[in-house]
Design a protein around this ligand. Structure first.
Ligand code: GLA
Length: 358
């Protein structure tokens, strides 16, 4: 695989090219050689999520994160911290009592600061950028028209236990006049800046091109940055500096024009952009598309080509394009053959097409 043209060298003048890494990968010399050949940025697939880093209050298990951060530094890779404040794979003690009911706003805020101080402080100077908040917005805006206020779309109570916004619920518990559950957004970025003033702070989201998110995300970024400009500790930098577009695409609803519209709307905030978790599936988990048919393969090539053309067009704003997996066999959505390398780790037509197009 190292005899192929390198992805990151090919796109060097446009943006970094990243991928994910797990602690067990660090034992695999061949994998690491291929990794360094193609990628110059790294995100931990799971090891740096809160539930693994701090399983209980007062307990921090940094061993695996340390190994990944160290490996990235030794190999000159840009290290991305993923992630601090999220409803999934979070550490329950941060915002919930043992019975699952929300802590108070004051308790959750104190825990957030303790966690970010311990975690972000530990790697200060070693992490290029943090995904400070992941997936804060609800999936669907419902049928009504957009209310005009991003705070109305922040996750909170919902029937799906895996989608509940626990940070919102805790921040709403004890909120006084003029306070709101969504105030955790400012605090998360504020603490991240406080404990690593140099890291680039990102907001990361999926289906980011859907209408309500496409409108709400830039509103949130502008409002939080305005709030920061009026803060006594304002340091001359925007507090939310980057918007991460996860880009878990699929053959049914991915629409390149909508992604262009999202890029246009996000870049107007002045934020940097990263494509943070790119993959593109065909089929579905009940109707797998692995391997792809000739037609699906052509479509994959067409879509990757269109998306990379778009990214190059917006490259003055785009810092990084990170794939979520090294090849289809290792992908979390293996059934949909979503990556540039197939289940035998062979490059697909899509790989050659995006390189030949540069
Ligand atoms: C989200 C998260 C990632 C990962 C994927 C699924 O996109 O941000 O960390 O968990 O889901 O694997």
């Amino acid at each position: 695989m190292t005899n192929l043209p390198s992805l990151c060298k090919t796109f060097e003048e446009y943006f970094k090219i990243g991928n994910i890494i797990s602690p067990c990968d660090l034992e695999d010399a061949k994998l690491l050689e291929e990794y360094r050949h193609h990628y110059n940025a790294a995100t931990a697939e799971n090891a740096m999520k809160p539930v693994y880093v701090t399983p209980k209050k007062g307990v921090y298990e940094f061993g695996e994160a340390d190994r990944i951060v160290e490996w990235a530094a030794q190999n000159g890779l840009l290290m991305v911290g993923h992630t601090l404040v999220w409803h999934g794979q979070s550490a329950p003690w941060l915002n919930m009592k043992e019975d699952g009911s929300p802590l108070t706003r004051a308790e959750a805020k104190a825990n957030m600061e303790e966690f970010i101080k311990a975690y972000v402080g530990r790697y200060s100077g070693k992490i290029y950028s943090w995904d400070v908040i992941n997936e804060a917005f609800i999936d669907s805006s419902g049928d009504e028209k957009y209310t005009g206020n991003w705070r109305d779309y922040i996750r909170r109570e919902t029937d799906n236990p895996r989608a509940v916004g626990h940070w919102f619920l805790a921040y709403a518990n004890g909120a006084g006049e003029g306070e709101h559950g969504s105030d955790y957004v400012f605090d998360a970025f504020y603490f991240a800046r406080k404990y690593d003033p140099k890291a680039v702070l990102y907001y990361n989201e999926y289906n980011e091109e859907f209408d309500h998110k496409c409108t709400a995300i830039p509103q949130m970024v502008n409002e939080i940055n305005e709030q920061w400009r009026n803060h006594p500790e304002y340091d001359g930098m925007p507090l939310i500096e980057g918007i991460g577009m996860q880009s878990h695409h699929n053959h049914i609803c991915t629409n390149v024009d909508k992604i262009r519209a999202a890029l246009e709307s996000f870049t107007k905030t002045g934020a940097k952009i990263s494509i943070t978790e790119m993959d593109f599936t065909h089929g579905s988990s009940s109707e797998p598309a692995n391997p792809l048919t000739a037609e699906q393969s052509q479509n994959l090539t067409k879509m990757y080509t269109a998306l990379f053309n778009l990214y190059r067009e917006f490259s003055p704003h785009i810092e990084r394009v990170t794939f979520w997996g090294l090849n289809d066999k290792r992908s979390w959505r293996s059934w949909g053959s979503p990556l540039l390398f197939d289940s035998n780790n062979q490059p697909k037509d899509a790989f050659h097409a995006i390189l030949n197009n540069v």
